[in-house]
Design a protein around this ligand. Structure first.
Ligand code: NZQ
Ligand code: ZN
Length: 389
């Protein structure tokens, strides 16, 4: 473990099928003005909205709402929400939904008291907040992003055709508390469930496929991936399997709450490619990652072949006897491809609405990072995207 680091994650978690009760424990810690943030209506259909409103009222909270936060929340929606948040003199932002609602709430949180334009400051200049941050609490309804226990907030700017994530350095931007009830995820459409499963898997890959040192974080990552393979298959077979859904939810949180990146370098190029595809297609986040993953990993595999061979053996259980690292690495990615197809992921960007004439634009929108096994050139990005069509 060669890296130096500090570690602090202040998000308090309440996990399990009774976890909503603990909203009563958290609410008295904040002022009376609660801003309830949610998406397109799933929480009204599955009863979560009523249950949350009931608790807010019992705790004498003065409630305002931002409804209709869309998947891949937009800058336009952020501007709209800021007016509501400011008018309400918000003491606590309560995000009830998936990663989009949670990310959006964090973006509101750092922008309410910000005099500058949030897109310019946080997403183009990548600056940290210099203003008061309004606390966020989260009631999670979809497992995938890890937004419930991290400081990331991804915003899409349709005018600029850019989808950019800012992972804030200040841990006070992480949710103060998150309520994780695996039962809440059971009303998710299957498409969203499996997109979330791949998002989790890829978060782990992004942090695993980088660096050569023997690192505790990589062993934790292998354990998380193995758990996810077991629980994903069970959840696809029976979406109401509580044990599987609870394991998926917990794995999602640990896959991206900063732990498995500690002491090592990380990659994140699949996310950069996927986000650029998302900026052009508005497709579901996890599916954009699935569609570009194999062309990307097969491209960089020769540069990190030892790690890919280890992945084959330790995650996919491939017998190493008599095989070269190259053979093992290739078999590992083949096993991953089979699992991806088995659970029903979208395997190309054409099915997500991308086309050949968008390749130049998507290439231009792809931020190139240097933490993985190979720093890509723009030509390589374009080539990977073409092979993802
Ligand atoms: O809007 P509603 O009606 O709630 O419907 C949502 C939405 O249509 C639905 N849904 C959520 N929970 C449900 C449900 N439907 C029925 N029952 C439930 N219990 O699912 C759809 C997708 O929701 P969304 O929140 O968009 O999904 P996800 O959690 O995958 O979040 C995606 C966003 O998070 C960003 C992505 O880029 C994307 O913008 N990410 C955030 C990260 C972070 N904070 O660290 C990292 C990720 O890599 C990711 O980039
Ligand atoms: Zn992701």
């Amino acid at each position: 473990m060669l890296g130096n680091f500090s570690y602090c994650n202040p998000t308090k978690l309440y996990f399990g099928d009774n976890s909503l009760e603990y909203l009563n424990t958290e609410l008295p810690k904040y002022g009376e003005n609660v801003l309830l943030v949610y998406g397109g209506g799933s929480i009204k259909r599955n009863g979560i909205y009523d249950a949350v409103i009931d608790i807010l009222k019992k705790n004498n909270k003065n409630i305002a709402e931002i409804a209709g936060v869309m998947p891949n929340p937009t800058l336009q929606k952020l501007y709209e929400g800021l007016e509501i948040a400011r008018a309400h003199n918000t003491d606590l932002i309560l995000a009830v939904g998936g990663g989009s609602v949670c990310d959006y709430s964090k973006a509101v949180s750092v922008s309410i008291y910000c005099d500058e334009d949030p897109w310019e400051k946080y997403y183009l200049k990548f600056e940290e907040p210099t203003c008061k941050i309004v606390p966020v609490g989260c009631i999670l309804t979809m497992a995938g992003t890890g937004s419930e226990m991290n400081a990331g907030a991804v915003i899409t700017n349709h005018d600029a055709k850019l989808k950019i994530g800012h992972v804030f350095a200040d841990e006070s931007i992480m949710p103060r508390f998150s309520i994780l009830n695996p039962k809440y995820t059971m009303s998710l459409p299957e498409y969203q469930m499996i997109a979330g499963i791949y998002d989790i898997f890829n978060h782990i890959c992004e942090q695993y496929f980088s660096g050569d040192d023997d690192n505790t974080s990589d062993y934790i990552s292998e354990g998380l991936m193995k758990s996810l393979l077991v629980s994903s298959r069970k959840a696809v077979e029976d979406p109401n399997d509580y044990e599987a859904r609870s394991n998926i939810m917990w794995t999602a949180t640990w896959a991206l709450n900063t732990l498995v990146a500690k002491g090592k370098s990380t990659d994140w190029m699949v996310h950069m490619l996927g986000q650029a595809v998302g900026a052009y297609t508005d497709a579901t986040h996890g599916m954009t990652l699935a569609a570009v993953s194999l062309p990307y990993y097969r491209h960089i595999m020769p540069y990190g072949v030892k790690k890919f061979a280890r992945f084959a053996v330790n995650v996919w259980g491939i017998a190493p006897e008599g095989k070269t690292d190259e053979q093992l690495a290739a078999e590992g990615l083949d096993a991953m491809e089979m699992w991806m197809k088995e659970i029903g992921l979208v395997m190309n960007i054409t099915d997500l609405g991308a086309s050949e004439d968008m390749i130049d634009g998507i290439t231009g929108a792809t931020l190139i990072l240097g933490g993985g096994y190979k720093m890509l050139s723009k030509d390589e990005v374009a080539d990977i995207l073409k092979r993802s069509l």
